[in-house]
Design a binder for this molecule. Structure first.
Ligand code: ADP
Ligand code: ASP
Ligand code: MG
Length: 438
């Protein structure tokens, strides 16, 4: 069985939902993972902010406006009064739920329940549309099978057991519709897989059922060789190895959630990136196949902080790096990039929640300097050291751009470079010129 995930833009209006239905309804049994309609999760974040600030009238105003948007979609999507009124009933229940928070204390727990409503709305509406058009569809509630553990990591054995149970109970059904993004946590509370997490849901579902293929349908024809939001003339990359795709996703290629490749890779399930607006386009296939010696793509990760720790006695001072890493570990902050020299070490982090505590501890080891508002540029491809020459092309692109760190050798798939945020666009453009134009 295949798993097909459709993102927010792909289900962003009545006509898009109809297109998706036409795309999936070929009579083959499949699981369809849906995001919230585009803009909805952002609106739910805004509504939560109003509730946090006890601005009930602000929250209610946003809720009413969002509800009206959904009523308009219903009017357009369904052709019969029966389904219009059925869908309206379902939608109203979710919006009553949103309004109920005006009377309660507002914490992270309530916020997560609010954020889950977008995917519940889109899947309910889509499922009702399939029923109206005579299709054999059933809803698989993600809150019944998708679970994360105490460390917020997916509980893969629970997911596989529950999901396969649900599928077995409904084995005669053709289309299984389920929510991306949402899950329950270790305590049974409603939680989520972080923003953009529907891709992750799809790959976890794919892994749980040992799917034949995972398809991520979005608004672009596959992974491009550079970020199309900053560089003109980017091109789709036809083939990527799992490791290359994982590096690109982790280092900022927004088309994929940072951790969604791992479950597919562990189970050797190909991931295909496809365009809902141009279904005939070839897109990208992510698998074990590797294109030898090819530089594939460039991505950029924003919001990076670089920290340098200088110690006059680092040479031969065994244990120095251990002490540095232990500090980051004790504040549960992961490190993205590392470079070392005889007298010190530079690391980068993207989570600055515990930055003050980390800096205070590091100061006991040496002189500490911090650069915030940095960007990691990541060049990805088959880059073993025997493949001489690729580094020249990369470094050449940076000839006018101040470089804070450079890292190669952690894997054969990536070279990472740290620069100031204000140089990001020109670095991406220069790399496209240097790497992808003949
Ligand atoms: P969805 O809502 O379907 O999950 P996203 O907005 O999360 O879609 O991801 C698709 C977007 O990712 C594209 O519209 C594009 O702007 C952006 N993007 C960033 N980098 C890349 C890249 N290297 N290749 C393709 N798309 C990219
Ligand atoms: N709806 C969620 C978000 O906007 C999850 C997703 O679209 O992947 O982040
Ligand atoms: Mg996305």
């Amino acid at each position: 069985m295949k798993v097909l995930k459709f993102g927010g833009t792909s289900v962003g209006s009545a006509s898009r939902m109809r297109d998706v239905a036409a795309l999936i309804c070929d009579g083959e049994q499949k699981i369809v993972v849906l995001s919230a309609m585009s803009g909805t999760t952002n609106s739910l974040v805004e509504i939560s902010d109003y509730f946090y600030k006890s601005n009930t009238s602000g929250a209610l105003e946003r809720i009413n406006a969002l509800e009206q948007k959904y009523f308009d979609v219903i009017d357009e999507l369904y052709s019969t009064d029966q389904f219009k009124s059925e869908a309206k009933k379902v939608i109203m229940l979710h919006f009553e739920f949103l309004r109920s928070f005006s009377k309660s204390v507002f914490t992270l727990f309530e916020e997560k329940a609010i954020l889950a409503q977008g995917e519940l709305l889109s899947t309910n509406m889509f499922h009702l549309y399939l029923l109206e058009t005579g299709k054999d569809s059933i809803l698989l509630p993600a809150l019944d099978y998708m679970r994360i553990d105490k460390n917020a990591e997916p509980d893969t054995s629970f997911i596989a057991e529950k999901l396969n149970e649900l599928l077995k109970e409904n084995s005669g059904t053709t289309y299984f519709i389920t929510q991306g993004y949402i899950c329950r946590n270790f305590y049974g509370e409603i939680d989520n897989l972080q923003r953009g997490g529907s891709d992750y849901s799809a790959s976890l579902v794919g892994a749980a059922i040992k799917a034949q293929e995972i398809q991520i349908w979005t608004d672009i024809d596959g992974m491009h060789n550079n970020d199309p939001r900053f560089v003109e003339g980017t091109k789709p990359v036809p083939y990527l190895h799992f490791e290359e795709a994982a590096e690109l996703a982790y280092f900022g290629a927004k088309i994929l959630h940072p951790t969604c490749i791992l479950p597919a890779k562990l189970n050797n399930i190909p991931v295909r990136l496809l365009n809902t607006m141009d279904p005939a386009a070839k897109g990208t296939i992510i698998s074990v196949q590797r294109l030898k010696g090819k530089i594939q793509a460039v991505a950029a990760k924003d919001g990076i902080t670089a920290i340098k720790i200088k110690s006059g006695r680092m040479l031969l001072a065994h244990g120095f790096l251990r002490k540095v890493f232990e500090i980051f570990e004790s504040y549960q902050t992961s490190i993205d990039m590392i470079t070392t020299s005889e007298v010190g070490v530079s690391v980068t982090i993207d989570n600055t929640k515990k930055l003050d505590e980390i800096l205070n501890s590091l100061k006991k080891l040496g002189t500490v300097t911090v650069d915030s508002n940095m960007v990691i540029i990541c060049v990805v491809g088959d880059l073993p050291s025997e493949n001489v020459g690729f580094q020249t092309k990369i470094v050449d692109a940076f000839k006018d751009i101040p470089l804070r760190m450079i890292s190669y050798g952690g894997s054969n798939y990536n070279v990472s470079l740290l620069i100031h945020a204000e140089d990001k666009k020109r670095a991406l453009v220069a790399l496209s010129n240097s790497l992808f134009t003949n």
